[in-house]
Design a protein around this ligand. Structure first.
Ligand code: FAD
Length: 407
């Protein structure tokens, strides 16, 4: 079949998830001609996210407040449970997180990008990267059209089909957890502005969550690093001493499955004429699996580096390495902390979870955390609270447990 060639565009983006659309927005704001290709016919569908996001970080990105139909709820508290039902609660001084309707949030970002001048091509799947002389020079679409571009930005999510073509290492698949998320029609005995979190063997390698909405419906899900998450969810609903009461009689209206990369960002996310942003580059918090804020943050960095490279007329890996440096400077300290914390959390037996949560209650760790606002940059957050007496004791105790678990 004859291959059609489109006119050269400055930047092509693969995938219109939040990372792709936000990168497109920032590029368009810098006056850079951007075409974004999305394989699905509608932005934000299907969705695979609890949409639980820090208000502080949304504000920093200019996304708070948001239109009422996007914000489903706000939260100023969280309850953590061991598998036997031991509970530890944190009550914060103000609302620190919110849950978003991810479909509407994704569409909101895409609309802003369109208004700023980015061109969206829906229902259009990128088949492969277009490579000439060791440079990524655009993409090949499924219908064989070549779309030439000066820089290609891969924001395809965890499917990560193009990294190897760009001669980059993908993320460590050992760090993947497999999630099941459901919409349920009713919850009981749940505070309206409190997130419920189920730790330990209820969801090995991660945790379970219940995120209520004011209308009594909720998002219920979990992820695990082994086994079938659906079976763990069934156990949570039928056997967990607290969760089973909270969701008694509830109907599951919708179920989604998706994986989350927890191994930390890939160490090289650029090559000649190419950058990777968002889940594809594993720009995700290793503790909570939250990837929206890191994806948007790195999208903004990528757009600024595109501008730099186009102004210099040099899209080589050497110039684009500024992207890596700036992302590393922004994320690495916190990611290193979160990787250790994730390792620590994974090492706890259910009995240890009981002791840890009882310890947190006894030493009023909740009070030490009550004025926390920024929950995304957890290394810096810990530095902020570490000087409080309760946290010092807790850190000593957790440090010992960590050393015993990882001798
Ligand atoms: C169950 C679950 C719950 C989560 N909860 C939270 C949460 O509460 N808070 C949070 O911050 N994060 C959460 N996350 C993580 C969050 O969903 C991701 O980090 C985020 O969606 C990543 O955005 P992205 O744009 O990088 O990728 P994606 O959102 O995956 O978007 C990638 C886009 O690329 C498109 N695409 C892929 N391949 C192609 C192709 N070849 N051609 C064209 N288009 C293509 C896809 O269709 C998709 O639209 C959760 C994840 C899961 C699985």
């Amino acid at each position: 079949m004859m291959r059609q060639e489109k006119q050269q565009t400055n930047t092509v983006i693969i995938g219109a998830g939040p990372a792709g659309s936000y990168t497109a927005l920032r590029l368009a704001m810098l006056g850079i001609k951007t075409d974004i290709y999305e394989e699905h016919p509608e932005i934000g569908i299907p969705t695979h996210c609890a949409g639980h996001i820090s208000i502080h970080s949304l504000k920093k990105l200019g996304y708070y407040p948001l239109p009422k139909e996007i914000i489903e709820n706000t939260f100023n508290a969280a309850n953590f449970y061991s598998p036997s039902g031991t509970k530890f609660s944190i009550q914060l001084k103000k609302s620190v997180t919110c849950s978003l309707n991810r479909t509407k949030f994704d569409q909101h970002i895409a609309n802003q990008a369109k208004q700023a001048g980015a061109t969206f091509h829906l229902n259009t799947r990128v088949q492969s990267l277009h490579i000439e002389n060791n440079y990524i020079k655009g993409v090949n679409l499924q219908d064989n059209t070549i779309v030439p571009s000066k820089i290609t930005i891969d924001t395809e999510g965890i499917s990560s089909r193009f990294l190897h073509q760009a001669k980059l290492m993908g993320f460590d698949r050992k760090g993947l957890v497999y999630a099941v998320e459901t919409e349920i029609n009713q919850v009981h005995d749940v505070e309206p502005h409190t997130v419920e979190v189920y730790m330990g063997s209820s969801a090995p390698g991660f945790y379970g969550w219940l995120i209520p909405r004011p209308d009594g419906t909720a998002k219920l899900g979990l992820a695990t690093n082994h086994g079938n998450p659906q079976n763990y969810l069934k156990n949570l609903i039928t056997k967990h001493p607290i969760a089973k009461k909270q969701v008694k009689g509830a109907k599951i209206i919708k179920t989604n499955y998706h994986a989350i990369p927890l191994a930390g960002p890939i160490s090289k996310a650029y090559s000649n004429g190419f950058m990777a942003v968002g889940d594809v580059a594993s720009q995700v918090k290793p503790t909570t699996g939250g990837g929206v804020i890191f994806g948007l943050t790195c999208g903004e960095i990528a757009a600024n580096v595109v501008k730099l490279a186009l102004d210099l007329g040099d899209v080589s890996a050497k110039t684009l390495s500024a992207y890596q440096k700036r992302c590393d400077d922004t994320l690495n300290f916190d990611v290193s902390f979160m990787l250790r914390l994730r390792q620590f959390l994974n090492s706890l037996s259910d009995e240890r979870w009981d002791s840890v949560l009882r310890f947190c209650n006894r030493f009023n760790v909740d009070k030490a955390l009550s004025d926390v606002e920024d929950i995304d940059y957890q290394g810096k957050m810990m530095m902020h609270v570490a000087t409080k007496p309760a946290m010092l004791v807790a850190l000593g105790y957790f440090g010992l447990l960590y050393l015993f678990a990882n001798p």
